[in-house]
Design a protein around this ligand. Structure first.
Ligand code: FAD
Length: 573
């Protein structure tokens, strides 16, 4: 092998692995490569000042939960280099790939010096860059994206220096929401401007609505279906950053603006080298994570992956997949056989008191891909109701009609949402069905769960649907019901009914139902509901066994009222 360095030719007989990007995927690949082979020569290029830093921890430094910026840097280049016997070059950007010569051109960001370095195997983990739309004024001082440690420190210092009081966060995805939470924690008055009709596009709308309520509860101003048309430079007495002018004409003075509207794969290197790029703009790889050039592998946010449920190509910029892919690519480079077949997009967010987790497909994605499914919602206690501190979980489970295979799940709650998300993600990953969920043996003691864990309950409820014991109707189908042909039956207690009910519903509490059945017309379909779903299901069973056609409202009043709520005075829909 030939190494060209500063014009000098060196000869080496070792397999040389060159890695572009020294954080999640790149650092993980480098460390794995060393563990697999003591002989390989490993050179890692990172254009920034840090390797292996905690991208995911950045918002928590801004909010003050992580107190020291040094905590964000998990490995220094020196430590990484010496522990794994590799050549780590920070502040060095890979500018071009010459596939025929199997070399990369690199440029020092300190001296400007250009080098050419040869490789036997090249691994790309350049990540994704925050999208900055061409909004007039977006580059004014005080307008930030968040990707690395220097940007994080800059934001933090800007807040301090300008005594920032008002922040505008553009975009209601993971990073936008984490930032909103942390800025509220730093006593800023925060507005979120989201172009879509809901925040967190990885959730279905009725689940995202729970998070929207939580934002409003914590004083965040939420503007849905809104976008920023311009950031106008402002008199410093009015705002330190700008005044954001929204589509509706509303003006939001901001001392700080955070742009969090998603990321785009960094593919300039790959594209210029003629590697195949997919329709979504990510590098295309095979199941060995090899690009269209057999000597080049790619991992992390820069690649397109297959959706583990629908099979479509998707971009999933998350740390877990990037880290696992780094390990798999390193194995393959060194002659082991490892495959990466798909990503489920399992993710989690803390938003003030709520935790929201998701895995697999949403109902929206299944509709887009024309995949048949059933959806159920349930609201079990996080742990045994009689033990202090139980709170309500909201779970949505999507599963296949014929086989009962799990297709996706979303879990939101104040306690225990993380472990249910992970159990459901593991079940989905291993191809389990709802019958497996019903039978799953999970750890139980009153402070932690229930003898029938929420995961078991989800499986049992799904089995009821598959068995035909109960038919369900979704919250968004209620508007389309014909009152001439349907009775909407509220089976709660009168005080619950008085506190709010579905339009046109009649009250017949569950305990009275058997005695008053004759009041219900047999020729009409009965749609039952209660508060959380259980009493409505019992009512449906009574009705079905007495010759009525009946459906139970999935998720009951809780899901319907959350999904259809528009009165939150700060949710601008
Ligand atoms: P990165 O980790 O971004 O690393 C790419 C590196 O390549 C960069 O440092 C870049 O400087 C370098 N580079 C690019 N081009 C070149 C070049 N030509 N030459 C040299 N170097 C180059 N994911 C989660 O799962 N959970 C979370 O809670 C979470 N929170 C996040 C919070 C924030 C604020 C951010 C920004 C991301 C978060 N993520 C989270 C996403 C996660 O960090 C990424 O999915 C993951 O880091 C992707 O790994 P990667 O190796 O593909 O890219």
């Amino acid at each position: 092998m030939v190494l060209l360095k500063g014009g000098t030719q060196l000869v080496s007989d070792k397999k040389r692995i060159v890695i572009v990007g020294g954080v999640a995927g790149g650092a993980s690949a480098a460390a794995r490569a060393r563990r697999v082979s003591e002989d390989a020569e490993i050179i890692l290029f990172e254009r920034g000042p840090h390797v292996s830093f905690a991208n995911c921890g950045l918002p928590y430094y801004i909010g003050g939960e992580i107190e020291r910026s040094e905590s964000l840097v998990l490995e220094t280049p020196e430590r990484l280099g010496s522990r794994f016997n590799m050549d780590v070059r920070i502040l060095t950007e890979v500018m071009a790939i010459n596939r025929e010569a199997k070399t990369v051109t690199v440029r020092s960001r300190v001296t400007g010096a250009i080098d050419t370095v040869s490789y036997d195997a090249l691994l790309l983990s350049p990540g994704a860059k925050p999208f900055r739309p061409p909004i007039p004024g977006i580059d004014l001082p005080g307008h930030f994206t968040l990707r690395n440690v220097p940007e994080t420190i800059e934001i933090s210092e800007w807040i301090k220096k300008h005594e920032a009081r008002r922040a505008v966060v553009v975009g209601g995805g993971y990073i936008g929401l984490e930032m909103a939470e942390q800025l509220v924690g730093r006593a800023l008055n925060v507005s979120i401007v989201e172009a879509g009709p809901q925040i967190m596009g990885v959730l279905d709308p009725e689940m995202a609505a729970l998070l929207q309520q939580e934002l409003v509860k914590h004083g965040v101003h939420l503007y849905l279906n809104e976008s920023v048309e311009a950031f106008n430079a402002a008199n410093p007495d009015i705002a330190s950053a700008s005044v954001a002018r929204l589509k509706s004409g509303k003006q939001l003075p901001a001392d700080l603006v955070v742009i969090g509207i998603g990321v785009r794969p960094e593919v300039t290197l790959a594209r210029n080298a003629g590697l195949e790029i997919g329709e979504l703009g990510g590098i295309r790889v095979n199941s060995s994570l090899q690009t269209s050039d057999p000597n080049i592998w790619a991992v992390g946010d820069a690649i397109e992956v297959k959706n583990g449920v629908t099979g479509e190509w998707i971009l999933i910029p998350l740390a877990g997949p990037a880290n696992r892919q780094g390990r798999i690519a390193a194995d393959n480079i060194l002659g082991r056989k490892a495959t990466y077949d798909s990503t489920l997009g399992t993710g989690i967010l803390r938003l003030f008191g709520l935790t929201a987790g998701c895995t697999g497909a949403t109902e929206r994605a299944l509709n887009r891909q024309k995949v048949a499914y059933h959806a159920i919602h349930l609201h079990p206690n996080s742990h045994a109701g009689y033990y202090p501190g139980a709170s309500t979980l909201s779970i949505k489970l999507l599963f296949a009609p014929e086989t009962g295979r799990i297709l996706g799940a979303q879990v939101i709650g104040r306690d225990g949402a993380d472990k249910r998300t992970d159990v459901l993600a593991a079940a989905l990953r291993s191809g389990m069905t709802v019958h497996d969920l019903a039978e799953m043996e999970l750890a139980y003691a009153p402070p932690f769960g229930s003898a029938k864990d929420p995961v078991n309950l989800a499986g049992m409820m799904a089995e009821n649907v598959l068995n035909g014991d109960v038919a369900t109707i979704q919250w968004y189908e209620m508007d389309g019901l014909d009152p001439e042909k349907t009775v909407i039956l509220d089976v709660r207690q009168p005080d619950e009914f008085a506190g709010g009910a579905l339009p046109g519903a009649i009250l017949l509490p569950l305990p009275d139902l058997r005695q008053r059945l004759e009041e219900l017309p047999k020729e009409k379909e009965i749609v039952t509901y209660c508060q959380g779903g259980q009493r409505g299901y019992y009512a449906c069973r009574i009705l079905a066994q007495n010759g009525y056609r009946c459906r139970n409202l999935s998720g009951a009043y809780l899901t319907w009222s959350t999904a259809t709520q528009t009165e939150g005075e700060q949710i601008d829909v």
